[in-house]
Design a protein around this ligand. Sequence first.
Ligand code: GLU
Length: 439
Amino acid sequence: MIVTRFAPSPTGRLHVGNVRTALLNWLLARQAGGRFLLRLDDTDTARSTEEYAQSIREDLAWLGMDPDTEEKQSARMARYEEVLDQLAAAGHVYRAYETPEELELKRKVLLGRGLPPVYDRAALALTNEDHARFEAEGRKPHWRFRLDPALPREWTDLVRGPSHIDPASLSDPVIRRADGSWLYMLPSVIDDVDMRITHVVRGEDHVTNTGIQLQMFAAMGAPAPLFGHAALLTGAEGALSKRLGSIGVADFRARGIEPIAVKALLARLGTSLPVEPVTSDAPLLATFDIGNLGRAAARFDEAELERLNASILHQTAHAAIAGRTRLSEAEWNAVRGNIASVAEAEQWKAVITGPIEAPAQPEEDKAFLHEAAAVLESQPFGPTAWADLTEALKAKTGRKGKSLFMPLRLALTAQPHGPDMAALLPLIGREEALTRLKA
Ligand code: GLU
């Protein structure tokens, strides 16, 4: 069974890059009938808040990507302690006491000699007496994980293909600080083992972490999950954009973007499949293949999202938005081809129902509109009312094209553009149409 997780830190709101990571994990699990977990990486207690955790849950719910389970790292501290003890007993982790200043000095010396600034593992040489002395002095150790060329260092990335890290090029990572707080790296592995995660899908900024974490899985004696690293998103201009970090669900909602539009775009962005205006998850689930993700950065374009949203709405059935609109099915069908958001459809509802504030029209058009009212009064009013009206007016006045249609549209809707008048006029109704033409 496929088990995936989305593991945000509740230290801020989700941005579009996070939403994409969540979606990739959700698609992978849902298409296989597997499980999708929300794991809150809240070991940073100073910056993590319940408000942000709640906003993450709400964003996922709005997107229709509710997790099967929620886990919280802050509730698992005893377990992390237990694994640390086991790893210490097996020699995979060790205590060190260097201060940040001492470490910085070591770095500078190495860099000055043209060498990579890799930690020299001086702490591995400490004896039991050294540890006792430090402790007596009140110095608290931080913990490092000992990278080991003998442990696995290669993996076949679901996106990037054969990948590896060279443990000799990296410092043994600090996994726990002297104050007892945990860094992200080891708790994430312990969780992935305990929660039986089968696929870890995340941004390519985590590639080096994967090399390190692969060694941690092996040190725990646990099989590693499969890993996939998606190329990062860039802004419309192609460059890594600051703006992307501030675009999220709140912004989508404010702009009338539908959840399915966000999913339709993000599921296909950076893949070999085209972005299509789908109206449900089904076609996305049916076609999702993480192997289709390319290695090049994918371009997120807000204008593309808006266009996609509009073309999705043009095909959306009334039943799908029924709870969210005052429009009847006939009204929805009449206006959906002309809207960019459901809020815009509501504006057409107001136009249909009236009263409207039509702009003043030139004298010759006023006379024409009175003629139109007379024609409308003299004819039966049915589904073909618009064709009947314009045919009769054409014959009577010799007007055609814009000079025939525009004064009518303006008088009947107060707008120069909009949905097909043939669909709108029957919805406006005979009495209201007469009032508008006479006004
Ligand atoms: N909390 C980490 C992040 O948001 C999780 C990374 C991971 O998926 O392992 O970057």
